[in-house]
Design a protein. Structure first.
Length: 94
């Protein structure tokens, strides 16, 4: 999936910080395919990867640290995706 968001990381974080749903949409458009790729490589199953990605975005919605990032959004998301996915897979016994 190509990067469909024309917003910068700073703009996306600013929108998320004020709980603007468009910020989440831009974040999804910009980074979800990379996040999904990490999850799929770890799970090796599309159904599990789909579910974990959805759970991850719900987790990120509650993660206030995302509101305070000034740089490194991509690194933060990829590290968070990896850690969250490992935990979710362990809970499933995968």
């Amino acid at each position: 999936m190509p990067n469909c968001s024309n917003k910068s990381d700073h703009e996306i974080i600013s929108l998320i910080a004020i709980n603007d749903l468009q910020g989440w949409g831009h974040l999804y458009d910009k980074d979800s395919s990379s996040m999904y790729g990490i999850i799929y490589v770890l799970s090796k199953r599309k159904d599990i990867a789909d579910e974990i990605l959805m759970q991850l975005f719900l987790h990120l919605k509650k993660d206030e640290a995302l509101n305070y990032l000034h740089i490194g959004l991509c690194s933060y998301l990829m590290n968070n995706t990896f850690a969250f996915s490992l935990q979710a897979l362990r809970q499933r016994g995968v």
